[in-house]
Design a binder for this molecule. Structure first.
Ligand SMILES: [Fe+2]
Length: 299
């Protein structure tokens, strides 16, 4: 498997300052001094200089996610696979490489139209992560090698998009779920593929068989303790940020989490206790219910 993690997300914002206060004061991310002189806001959660890049723009939406390849060989192999499948991609410019602090990158759209980057050789500056809200550590592995968390992306053409991630980018299947938002027995539901890369996170990417004009179903950040989840929930309640799902524990990755609205208009899942998997002896599952308890979705 050539892809090691989901490394970063770029989020376009009509009001980046709103993201800055949300990211630092609610989520507990650090305002990173990375590339201080440009107009973007860089939010940090670990040894990596940034994980979320907030770019000023005319819309509020997820712009793109970045996948980290193991090394130059794996990066080139995956770029070759894109080429041989006729996937159009653009090579990152010197300025784009500098801005991200990576050795090389390409950008392309998946079959559902989600923009994705592939990169390798991300810089580490080893400055200490100090959360403004006292989060001890986000769960991201040694040197952040397990990525920032996970992203769930819209894919109305679910099967085609799933096949692309599996066969071209080389992600592995973890779980399939037929997701229903309510109790209606007539509701056929929508499919949801949970996929992993080469790290123990249960899923780094999930694909949902529905639309989202915001380019994102949700992003997830994982903290180390249930207290840190509860403390964040307190900050969310204090600020009257809409809670889009109550606290609960998911079935497939055992994540204990709640979901809240972000300034982009898509939710963010904030949790702990996500399972650390051994892929060598793993068989993909089909799950019929999203949560062991809780997770009452309201939006
Ligand atoms: Fe999630």
């Amino acid at each position: 498997m050539t892809i090691r993690s989901i490394g970063y997300a770029f989020i376009e914002s009509t009001d980046p300052q709103k993201w800055l206060s949300y990211g630092t004061e609610v989520l507990g991310m650090m305002n990173s001094s990375w590339r201080e002189h440009d107009e973007n806001i860089y939010l940090r959660i670990d040894e990596r200089p940034f994980r979320f890049v907030i770019t000023p723009g005319e819309r509020d939406r997820l712009q793109l996610i970045g996948f980290e390849a193991y090394d130059a060989d794996d990066f080139n192999k995956t770029v070759d696979a894109l080429g041989s499948q006729g996937v159009e991609f653009v090579k990152g410019s010197a300025e784009e490489r500098r801005l991200r602090g990576v050795r090389d990158l390409v950008r392309f759209d998946d079959p559902a139209g989600n923009t994705v980057e592939l990169y390798y050789g991300a810089e580490l500056d080893y400055s200490k992560f100090v959360s403004p809200t006292g989060v001890s550590a986000f769960v991201t592995g040694l040197n952040g090698s397990h990525g920032f968390g996970h992203a769930v992306l819209p894919a109305p053409n679910l099967e085609e998009t799933h096949q692309f991630y599996r066969d071209v980018l080389g992600l592995g299947d973890t779980d399939y779920m037929n997701f229903k938002f309510g109790d209606d027995p007539e509701d056929p539901g929508l499919g949801l593929y949970f996929m992993h890369v080469e790290n123990p996170r249960h899923h780094s990417l999930a694909l949902f068989g529905g639309e989202s004009p915001l380019g994102c179903i949700h992003l997830m950040l994982e903290v180390s303790t249930v207290d840190e989840v509860g403390e964040c929930l307190g900050r969310v309640v204090d600020r009257e940020i809409p809670i889009t799902s109550t606290l609960g524990r998911h079935t497939n990755d055992r994540m204990l989490s709640f979901y809240m609205m972000t300034p982009a208009g898509f939710p963010l899942e904030y949790g702990c206790d996500g399972m650390q998997m051994d892929w060598e002896n793993y068989t993909p599952t089909t799950t019929t219910t999203p949560s062991l308890w809780g997770h009452k979705f309201s939006l």
